[in-house]
Ligand binder design. Structure first.
Ligand code: ZN
Length: 252
C-alpha cells in the first residue's frame, strides 16, 4: 500500500476490507484519542490528530495493516474546568475498546494494536487489553507505556535539533510540533504562550484538576515546537511501535 488514504479502514468499503483480509492484511492499529483542552493555541482534537498520524504511519510501515477509526472522546475528567472538553468514564472507554476488538476479531483480523495518545487513556487501555485478549482469537497489543511515549516525543524533538525537553507533556513544544507537522492551520500561532514548567505529577493533575497546575492549560513552552520536530516525533513513535507490534503479534 503506497497511497496514504488506502490504509484508513473507515474510508474503505466492506468489499475493500474483505479483499484486504484475503490479501493477507492481519493487523488494525487503533488511535485512542481525546477531545480535551490543549491550551489557547491547539485544537481540542489534538490527541486524536496525533494518534491518527502515528497509526497511519505504523500501518504503512507494517505493510499488512490498516489504521482503524480513532476512538474519542477519552477519559479527560481532569480537564473539565476548560470549556469544550468532553469526557467519558473509564468503563465506557473500555467497553468501546472491547467492542472494537471483538468486531475486528470476528472479521478475521489477527492483531489489534491500541495506541493511546492521551495520558488519561493509558490506564483503561492497559486494563482492558489483557481482559479482551483472553476472550478473542486476535492478539491485542497495548502500546500504553506513558513514560516511553513521552521519551519518544522528547527524542524526536532532539533528533530534529530542538534542545528543549519536556518532563511532562501537554500542549507544549512536542504536541505543538506534531500539529505543525500534520495540520498547521490548526495551530493558533498568535496565541503561543508558555505554561507550567518542570515535572508535574500525574496523580496531582488527576486529583486536583489541570487548572490547579496551569492557568492556560499548557505544560512547557509551545514556542519551541517546529514542524520538523513534529515529523521526527511521528516517525520515531511509528518506528518504535511498529517494531513492538511485529514482535508481539508473532509470539501468539
Ligand atoms: Zn495531548
Amino acid at each position: 500500500m503506497t497511497d496514504e488514504s488506502s490504509v484508513q479502514l473507515e474510508d474503505m468499503t466492506w468489499t475493500d476490507v474483505e479483499t484486504a483480509l484475503e490479501d493477507g492484511t492481519r493487523t488494525v492499529v487503533v488511535p485512542v484519542g481525546s477531545i480535551e483542552q490543549h491550551g489557547p493555541h491547539l485544537p481540542l482534537k489534538m490527541d486524536t490528530l496525533a494518534g491518527e498520524a502515528v497509526c497511519a504511519r505504523i500501518a504503512e510501515k507494517l505493510g499488512d495493516a490498516l489504521a482503524g477509526p480513532a476512538i474519542q472522546p477519552g477519559c479527560s475528567a481532569h480537564h473539565m474546568e476548560f470549556p469544550g472538553t468532553i469526557t467519558i468514564s473509564p468503563e465506557t472507554l473500555m467497553d468501546t475498546i472491547e467492542s472494537y476488538c471483538r468486531s475486528l476479531d470476528d472479521h478475521g483480523f489477527e492483531c489489534i494494536a491500541l495506541v493511546p495518545t492521551h495520558g488519561g487513556n493509558f490506564g483503561p487501555v492497559n486494563t482492558v487489553a489483557p481482559e479482551v485478549a483472553r476472550d478473542i482469537d486476535a492478539t491485542v497489543v497495548a502500546l500504553a507505556d506513558l513514560e516511553e511515549n513521552m521519551a519518544l516525543m522528547n527524542e524526536g524533538m532532539a533528533e530534529a535539533g530542538v534542545e528543549y525537553q519536556e518532563p511532562s507533556i501537554h500542549a507544549g513544544a512536542a504536541e505543538t510540533a506534531v500539529v505543525l507537522a500534520v495540520e498547521p492551520d490548526l495551530v493558533r500561532t498568535d496565541r503561543l504562550e508558555p505554561g507550567a514548567e518542570g515535572k508535574i505529577s500525574g496523580t496531582r493533575m488527576i486529583n486536583e484538576g489541570f487548572d490547579a497546575v496551569t492557568e492556560n492549560g499548557v505544560l512547557g513552552d509551545p514556542r519551541e515546537g517546529t514542524a520538523e520536530a513534529g515529523e521526527a516525533i511521528i516517525e520515531r513513535m511509528a518506528t518504535a511501535y511498529a517494531e513492538q507490534i511485529e514482535a508481539e503479534r508473532d509470539i501468539d
